[in-house]
Design a protein. Structure first.
Length: 229
């Protein structure tokens, strides 16, 4: 079986109890913390910044933190996230005037890089930077909100990116973000994804009073992944 990673998006967590939510979801078997940063400019919503990332590290979170920047401009905030303990820093090519420079800046800060593609963003942005990428993130919804429906054409885009990664020979992760659920994760994996962001599917699963609800949903996601080809 491929090396599949599950990355709960804390956008759908209870922010009033964020440390506990993150600890619980990791204890339930999640691999990576997906951290959505929105600026009410590049996307029409406003969320969390480096202070919260640092607070999670101080709370004791040691798992990788996957910072998904939906902000414009990008560069100014990268050193702050690196200092706050980010593991991955991914950004949208449309939000950077100099993509190569932004990728270099992320690696200089000793973080892993990633480029994020909106549903209608063309893949040609990958043409000259494969050697500078640790992750490619395909959005399967338009960025800005959790709980949206998976856009079906993302599956063929995933297959295209999977081919590009395999041909490149670089160990680049292929992450999918938006509308990932128990009932579609198997098809998404079969199309080539290896890293799965899930926000509402995880944090809204089951009954709030059930202490095992995160274990149950993560086990269900993994059971589907075990059957993916
Ligand atoms: C959307 C964010 C996603 C979002 C996914 O802009 O990038 O990470 O939280 O939420 P779900 O899994 O609910 O579609
Ligand atoms: Zn995201």
């Amino acid at each position: 079986m491929a090396d599949y990673l599950i990355a709960p998006s804390i956008l759908s967590a209870d922010f009033a109890r964020l440390g506990e939510e993150v600890a619980n979801v990791l204890a339930a078997g999640a691999d990576i913390v997906h951290f959505d940063v929105m600026d009410n400019h590049y996307v029409p919503n406003l969320t969390i910044g480096p202070l919260i990332c640092e607070a999670l590290r101080r709370y004791g979170v040691t798992a990788p933190i996957d910072v998904h920047l939906m902000v414009k401009p990008v560069d100014r905030i990268i050193p702050d996230f690196a200092a706050a303990g980010a593991t991955y820093i991914t950004f949208h090519p449309e939000a950077s005037e100099h993509i190569d420079r932004t990728l270099a800046l992320i690696r200089e800060q000793e973080c892993k890089t990633g480029l994020v593609f909106n549903p209608a963003t063309p893949l040609h942005y990958l043409d000259h930077v494969m050697d500078k990428l640790d992750m490619i993130l395909l959005m399967s919804v338009n960025p800005g909100f959790g709980g949206q429906k998976f856009i079906a054409s993302s599956l063929s885009k995933l297959r295209e990116v999977r081919q590009r990664i395999d041909q490149s020979g670089y160990p680049i992760r292929l992450e999918i973000d938006g509308g990932v659920k128990v009932d579609n994760i198997r098809a998404i994996a079969a199309a080539g994804a290896d890293t799965f962001v899930a926000g509402s599917a995880i944090f809204s699963a089951g009954r709030a009073e059930d202490p095992n609800r995160y274990n149950t949903v993560i086990a269900a996601l993994r059971a589907e992944l075990a059957q993916a080809k």
